[in-house]
Design a protein around this ligand. Sequence first.
Ligand SMILES: [Zn+2]
Length: 713
Amino acid sequence: MLMLPVRHKRSSSAVDMDISWKIFFLGVLLTLKGQALPADYGGDADAGELREDILEINLESQRDLFEGDIAVDPRRNAIVDEKARWKFPIPYILTDSLDLNAKGVILQAFEVYRLKSCVDFKPYEGESTYISFTKLDGCWSFVGDLHTGQNVSIGERCDTKAIVEHELLHALGFYHEQSRSDRDDYVKIWWDQIISGKEHNFNKYTDDFITDLNTPYDYESIMHYRPLSFNKEPDIPTITTAIPAFNEIIGQRLDFSAIDLERLNRMYDCAETHTLLDQCAFEQINICGMIQNENDDDDWVQTLSSTDINDHTLGGQCRDAGYFMKFDTANKEVGHSAILESRILYPKRGYQCLQFFYRIIGGPGDMLVIWLRMDDGTGTVRKPRKVHTIHGDDNSSWKIAHVTLNTEDKFRYFFQGTVTSKKAFGGILIDDIILSETTCPSGVWMVQNFTGLLLSTAHGTSVRSDCFYNSEGYGYGIDVYPNGRINASADYVGVTFHLCSGEDDAVLEWPAINRQATITIMDQDPDATLQMSNSRSFTTDESELWNKPSIFGTWDDTCNCFRGPEFGWSTFISHQQLKRRSFLKNDDLIVTVNFDDLTHLIKSEVPVQNEASYESPAIDKSVPLGPKVREARALSDPCEPNPCSNGGVCINSKGKASCRCPSGQMTVFSGEACEKQHISGEVLGVLFGGAAGTVALAAAIIATIRRQHRSSL
Ligand SMILES: [Zn+2]
């Protein structure tokens, strides 16, 4: 195994690199080769897995952000001060400065928090504290609840679900993973490879000041830097991991890691999530409280994986583990039936998605029906409602199903297996159920035998899905390029989206603008909270790509329809990433697709009800702007640490901190901590200067800004 060289002293130049250093770098360089951003990603939505990360995006920002994307000088890894913790639901504003795609992904990120934690959000209605999502310079956030209303900036190119999740974890009180006190046991900081003047972004904090909530160092955290962070040389890392395999993991931007969630749930004492109602992998003998119906003909049997039949949870890879539920239909009479019922569940939202894996071995002779049992009006859950029927076919491998339930009152769901023709062999299997109060994806495509496709499909060649239809009636399909698209690395899977013509086209709007296409390659972990799926979105514009496929597309016999032009990602996910986690469980790649109308979000901004307090927040002096520092230091000098953002100078005024905010050529800063940014008067003058009639207006705005600026001094 390649070991890290031990270097205790900082080196001022690269000349004195010893041999082991060079060997080490070579190793890391090879691993990082694929991580460099391509200069051109052609007609793609974005660079997919090679998309820039937060720090790269923020390099263009003039703002003096701490650790790359934190708006206040921090002193703790996770906030200990309970006053800085949020009460849920957190009020939010989606300002109209945001790109429409950003608004969509912010709502997606909220849904992940609701599925995996007790964190919840609600539209702002005049509360004194809230998060205002705004498109400013880059992706950044304050840390903790400031009790004044605060910005989270989702700037240009920050509009991915994972970046929003990351910035919201800052807002909830978390710092970066590599600033922990024990980080030197796990990562190596290459100080002489850091852009000079940026070294402070790699500070760590002593355990006097931080708490890690008693969780281990997490290479997989969504809060970790990537190897290439504040690096001088484009391919030379500034941070590497003690266990080399994790060099490819740090800085992952898929979703929360298991430990991210543990920390979040510990900090906020989360007992349950908002939208996860039930899940079961049938590994425990209590089968998650599911029950056998007593009036049916047969039972579902908890069955261990065997050489003949693997379970879905573990793929038959573990001895003595890997169970599924089975109704044996061999040699049973027609009509013979077995029913497996859930416990009583109490919905909050009125819509649910039941996802599960099933195998039907007996072909057309076996049938699986999903039912609901509803309240009969007397409080008894009794009245059945048939929801979905699945017939067996000649493909008897594991498949995924999504069933929409839409119920507002307490209910049970149940699986009914039925024999529809007598035969010598047969069986219906169920595994890995997840019931959540979310909407089911409108398109689900399981690409079987993906390893075979990787071997047999040429670079630039795709496999194409059937057409799916969203709730409005728009048809769409996707292409998966197992070995990359043209102009892209062959080490990546490319994914594109296109519209299909359909029977409702005559009444639909064309082009289909302001629709968000979201494509997800599913991590098939049986625990919904631990899934780290790879999800990407774009939002449609006026382009011909989104006009009628019957005019702008080409005829396809296989769907008996027209298919429009493709748009998507040449580098959606790397082969390396696909092998991790459970993206290829059972050798199946599962892709889910949504095509949602975001028109209702175009005007989403609501005015702040107490404008004065928003513009110049009246800061409660008992609540520190940053995380609480030790009393002794705070008493000795209120300017230590400097509470002023954006390069503001702190003045000790009668024992209290007061910020003198800077103004540059482009921007002026205001607010008690210089946290508000405005365009400078001179620039506004240039902007307005062209039209004589607006000079007066410009002057008025400049005067206002200057007044605000002075009043903050
Ligand atoms: Zn960050």
